[in-house]
Each structure stands twice: as C-alpha cells, then as structure tokens.
Write a protein of this length. Sequence first.
Length: 178
Amino acid sequence: MSIKTYVYEYHTDKNERLELITAALHEFTGNDQATVTFNAKGKPVIKGSKTHLSVTCSGEIMLVVFSNKQIGVDGEYLPRVRQKKVDYYNLAERFFTEDEAEYVRGGDDTATRFVKVWVRKEAYVKYTGKGLTDFPNFSVVNDSGHFESEIGGVMIKRYNPSFPMSEDYIFAIATNEG
C-alpha cells in the first residue's frame, strides 16, 4: 500500500486548509482535476480519483495522509493535552470501554494514556466513517491491558511521521494493509 504524508502548519481558516489539502492531492495523484469535498459527517472525500485521504489537526500542524486504500489517521499535541486541567479518568469512564478506561487508570501519566487510546479510536472511526458515537462499540485495548493491533480486519497502530517537534505528538493510523 502506498501511503504519503504531508505536514503543514495549521491554519484556522478552513479554506486555507482546503487549499493545502488540494495542492497535496494534485501532487500525490498528478491529477489537477481531482477535488476534495466533505461528506455529511465532515469526512474529506476525493472526487475524480481512487485515492483516499485522512486529515488530522492538532497543535500547530495539519497532517494529511493519502493512500490507495481506505485510511484513517488521528493525532494529538501532548503539551496542550497535559496542560489542560481535565479529569482524564472521568473522560475515559464516559467515552471508553471498561478495558480502555482501566488502561487509562493504570499509570501515572493519565493524559498520555488517554491520548494513546483516543487517537487509536479516532483513527478507526475516521477509517470506518462512523464517528464518535461508535466509540462504545469497540475497544482498542484488550482485557490484558495491551493495544489491539486489529479490529474487524482493520489494523490500528502508532504512526510516527517525522517533522520538527514530532516527538510532542502522538499519532495513530488505521489501514486494511500493512
């Protein structure tokens, strides 16, 4: 499977982000006629190409991933997550399965543990197109407290794109091939 990642500075203006995504699409496909639209759930979809994409924005970056297969990617900027005064135990209890909530409770850095679960779940629902309401229907953590590498034939794993300050981010990717 061919995966290509583009990293851009995050822009608050949606049109600026769309222009960057479209320029990357044209570069990746070599097709200047391909366009990006958004479905009813806000997922970006490519018209005029069999290419798939997924986008995540966090901190000061926008990560755009293209593939010839269905794909989902998510990421979080850890310094922002850690500085928030949030009860990650409570959030885990509310949005995660029992195994996932137990994983978050099982260590000192609850913010990082929460994010590791969140980005995997988010990457998966971006892959499936179902959205956050599907979170209770699957677990990315097994009853042994380890991350599942696959859910329903979809592989979910940590994704490590390289860019300045990438060590401050946690990313996950969902694909149907290795």
